[in-house]
Design a binder for this molecule. Structure first.
Ligand SMILES: Cc1cc2nc3c(=O)[nH]c(=O)nc-3n(C[C@H](O)[C@H](O)[C@H](O)COP(=O)(O)O)c2cc1C
Length: 182
């Protein structure tokens, strides 16, 4: 464990609007157990999936989904980023440099800066089999983004079966891939 709070590395956890979002506290606890200070970023759509008050209590930091207004505290810089659960929508937008919400804005810039970025999708097989999605996964990989999809990682479920699979969503896997680049 770090000796002081200032020794702690900051992990941004970016939450999108998919089923497992309501359990993102699991990832917060696991990350804190590994010594990370966690900053939650949520897409605007994800705000209704999560318990903002609970997450703010756990992290000691405001959940961010909007750009700051003057006078608001800055978030510490990210040493690494995990996007989980990552939606079809956000993955496609990120791959194409679209930054139409705060979380996407932050991650687009972080990838450009070379910050370690890990994506754990939660998409069904109908979405995952779309040609644009498959191409966008590869596009992100060419930029060094670690997308955990496929055998041994997140395996897309059949449409309509998502609820049954949320319990085995592999939150922990993301942390084993999240080493800050030095
Ligand atoms: C109850 C509910 C569950 C959803 N589950 C998923 C999902 O598992 N994966 C996904 O990619 N989109 C899912 N969606 C659709 C996304 O929420 C939608 O595309 C949204 O625009 C995504 O916004 P975001 O990527 O900015 O978070 C779900 C929507 C609802 C209402």
């Amino acid at each position: 464990m770090p000796e002081t709070v200032s020794d702690q590395k900051t992990l941004y956890v970016v939450v999108c609007a998919a089923g497992p979002a309501s359990d993102v506290g699991t990832l917060v606890d696991l990350a804190q157990g590994q010594g990370w200070s966690v900053q939650i970023m949520a897409t605007p759509s994800a705000m209704s999936f999560i318990d903002v008050e609970d997450l703010e209590k756990r992290t000691g930091r405001p959940v961010r989904s909007q750009h700051r207004t003057p006078g608001d505290q800055r978030s510490p810089k990210a040493d690494a980023i995990i996007i989980a659960p990552a939606t079809f929508n956000t993955i496609n937008k990120l791959a194409n440099g679209i930054a139409d919400n705060y979380a996407l804005d932050v991650v687009n810039e972080a990838i450009g800066l070379g910050v370690t970025t890990v994506i754990l999708p939660f998409v069904n097989s109908a979405y995952a089999n779309r040609t644009p999605f498959k191409a966008n996964v590869e596009l992100l990989r060419t930029e060094g983004v670690d997308i955990l999809i496929g055998p041994g990682f997140f395996e897309p479920h059949t449409p309509g079966a998502g609820k049954k699979t949320t319990e085995r969503y592999p939150w922990l896997l993301t942390l084993s891939r999240t080493k800050p680049k030095t």
